[in-house]
Every structure is written in C-alpha cells, then in structure tokens.
Design a protein around this ligand. Sequence first.
Ligand code: PMP
Length: 304
Amino acid sequence: MNEAKYIWMDGELIDWKDAKVHILTHTVHYGNAVFEGTRAYQTEDGLAIFRLDDHCKRLFNSAKIVAIKPNMDYETVRQAHIEVLRSNGFTGNVYMRPLIFLGYGQMGVHHVKAPVRTAVAAWEWGAYLGDEGLENGIKVCTSSITRNPNRSTFGKAKAAANYLNSQMAKYEAIENGFEEALMLDENGFAAEGTGECLFIVRDGVLISPPNDNSLESITQDTILELAKDANIPIERRNITRDEIYICDEAFFTGTAAEVTPINSLDHRVVGNGARGPMTEQLQSAYFDVVFGRNEKYKHYLTYI
Ligand code: PMP
C-alpha cells in the first residue's frame, strides 16, 4: 500500500496510521457503507480531480439508496477531497476513496441508530489493471457469479455490500488464470466487470449495455461523450457473451481501470488479440481529457 501522510475523517485531517475504527464498527459486521473511487491526475497545471462533483453526487445518491443519512454535508465532503490532496503533497497520480460508513455504538441488523461517519483517503496508485493491460489488453472470463440482481440489491448505489459479488467473481477469475471477470445479468446478458463497464466494437459501431445491470459509470459516460465528438456511431443495447467472442474490439472502462482493452474472453481471442484502433483512439482521448489536454472538458477538472 502506498501510504500517504493524512486521511480526512469526520472533519479533521489525521495521521494515516491513526485512521482506525473499533472492532464493533457496524459496517465491519453488516456491510452497509457507500464509497467512491475518484482519480486525480498530475496535469500541466498541477494536480486536478476528474469529475469531482459527479463522484460526490453519486456518493450522496448511494447513501440515500441504502438509507444512510450522511453526517457531513455535500460541500464539506467535496472540500475534504481538496484538503486531502493539498495536505499530502502528492507528486504522482492519485486515487481517492471517500467512504460513508456506520460506526461504533449500535449492533444489530436495524442500522438506523448506528452513528454515521465519513472519511476521505487518497494515495498514489498506478494503472489498476497494469500498464501492460492498458497497452496490450487483459484476459477476461465470463464469471459463474451473476451480477447482483436488481430484486435484492441496489445497483445504482456504489455500496460496499455490492462488492462481495465482485470480490467472488474477481477471485474466481484470478485463480483460474484470468485478469478480470465479466458478470452476466440474470437473463444472461453482459452486465459489467467487477469494477468496470463494458464496451464492444462491431463494424465501426461502439456498443455498451444499458445501465440496468451496472453502476451508472462516470468513465463510461465520458467515453460516450468522446465517441460522439468523434462521430462514432453508438448503440446502447444488450450484448451476449458470444457476441463478444466475435466482435472486433472490446474494452472495460472505470475510474480505476481507465480504458483497458480486453484481448480475450473465455479463451476466444477478441479481434486481433491486441488493443484495437477504436479502443486506442478513445483511450488516448480519455487520457487527454483527464490530463487537461482537451479544452472542451476542462470543466471536469478541479485543480488543487
Ligand atoms: N461497475 C462497477 C461495479 C464499479 O465498481 C465501477 C467502478 N466505480 C464501475 C462500474 C465504473 O464506474 P466509474 O466509471 O464511475 O468508475
């Protein structure tokens, strides 16, 4: 773990090593918490957080969905991101992890009396699926784990509890020699990766499933905007696993994963088995945006 100096907790910056909780912290037992994964990049004009407001909005929406009443207001939490970056003096690119969780003081499944707490941590973190993955793509398997069903979980929330599913899918994928898992929805359509949304390319058309069975992804949204700018035809429709076997290109998007090509699915080589031309075009356009090299999207950056 790339330790930093300070973590923000409930209004205060505290030493990284002191950012601790009691063993009877409600969230540790029952899994109700919401979080974000947000990135800040070293641009020419200094460190800048990408789409900070969109991440903060999703964090507060997630809390609403899982019936957690935040103990800090929106503006305070937004500002905490900036304070954490300023105080730590990072020199590389940074991953940020705001977390609203249920603390110590009340046990039992009925969660509403547990005290709510908020933290924002940040550390320097490179490519989530590896630099090699960004360039040459990753090996993906279709998971035996179905994506969290809408009848019993809340997929619009970036909720800690949703990630048991993702963890099991990721574990299975890695143990079986793959780098990432693709989860299907209850009807057998491609839903999402364990922390990414899916895109495929067929005959020049960029296709991504609707968000009925995936998180409403901020990176996916950015890629769709960039594709529109480049006049790439877009379809939002269901995709089956065998359609991915025969597509021209496939890639995953996520704040952590950025734009990572998929070079094979279930041992079927995707396209030419390398990063495809449209993937490369969109990946490079994405990096231009997050590194502040595209004027049109400068409003997405919060400079520190
Ligand atoms: N799906 C899941 C399950 C995720 O955890 C993530 C990462 N937050 C995504 C999709 C991609 O979302 P975003 O682009 O907003 O990071």
